[in-house]
Unconditional design. Structure first.
Length: 299
């Protein structure tokens, strides 16, 4: 592929599209800036970095597909060297990510089942209103993140879904096709379209502009492109949220930490923001609703 074929600017985007003659919808996402924001905050082993990136792309695709007014939280739990990966994507495609692993071992490039051990894949839909959250849980079936997502969609949502994911140090990207229920059109379309999409290479998915990629895959099909969206990195942590968490721990526990260490110190797992509360902060915290002292927050 020539340099002229590559995306000229570094930005994040998600493109929805529909096939006119088939009950199939699709999305393509490329995350560059938000992926770099995640990598700047935590140094992951190469194998884990790839999994985090692919889950970020998958979570963005699913959030946009669901059109859900709230947050989608995707969790991959394991008992092996990789313990947990969490991706949170909000309805406006604000995304953040974190992971935990056995930092005392060198994570080698091995099959996904070996890295995770026994575990589960969990998707939680947390609405903005007061309605109850929905949670779907499935076992870890599949040799890749894409296969785990496909298994989840088939077993929990009863929707035929195919996913292609790719990740490198600069970009993470994904393509998703989903068969719409009770649709009209070509009965062989689903098989044909998934076969065409399956010819995509990682390099194409990571680097080609959307319209060029869609033309390369589906130039014999009639597509309708929807409005392009722009995912972005963001974190919901704040000094007030951390203060509320300390309130839940209780005054005695907070005072004991201050007595031992001088301050209560909390780091956000997602953005690595550091929050500190000294004895005066703790006293104000439990005396009033909340008092913010900006000089106690380390950026």
């Amino acid at each position: 592929m020539s340099n002229d074929d590559r995306e000229p600017t570094r930005h994040d985007f998600l493109q929805r599209f529909l096939f006119d003659a088939a009950p199939v919808r699709g999305e393509i996402v490329q995350l560059r800036n938000s992926w770099q924001e995640v990598l700047a905050r935590r140094e992951y082993p190469p194998v884990l970095k790839k999994l985090v990136g692919e889950l970020m792309a998958a979570a963005t695709l699913m959030t946009a597909m669901l059109k859900f007014d709230g947050s989608l939280i995707m969790q991959l739990h394991g008992t092996g060297e990789i313990k947990l990966i969490v991706i949170e994507c909000e309805a406006d495609l604000t995304i953040r990510a974190t992971a935990r692993w056995d930092e005392h071992s060198e994570i080698a490039d091995r099959p996904l089942a070996d890295l995770l051990g026994e575990g589960k894949f969990v998707i939680t839909l947390d609405p903005k209103d007061d309605s109850a959250a929905y949670q779907g849980i499935v076992g870890l079936q599949g040799d890749s993140i894409a296969e785990i997502i496909e298994h989840y969609m088939h077993s929990s949502e009863q929707l035929d879904t195919r996913v292609w994911l790719a990740c490198d140090d600069s970009t993470t990207a994904g393509l998703m096709l989903q068969k719409l229920p009770a649709g009209q059109g070509d009965p062989d379309a689903w098989q044909r379209l998934t076969l065409l999409a399956g010819t995509i290479t990682d390099d194409e998915l990571l680097n080609l502009p959307t319209e060029q990629l869609l033309h390369r895959l589906f130039h014999e099909e009639t597509l309708r492109l929807m409005t392009e969206d722009h995912p972005h990195f963001g974190c919901r942590c704040s000094r007030e949220r951390v203060g509320n968490m300390l309130k839940m721990l209780g005054r005695e526990e907070a005072d004991s930490v201050v007595a031992e260490r001088g301050v209560v110190e909390v780091n956000c797992d997602f953005c690595n923001q550091n929050y500190q509360f000294d004895a005066i902060d703790v006293a104000h915290l439990f005396k009033t609703d909340f008092i913010v002292r900006p000089d106690s927050t380390l950026h």
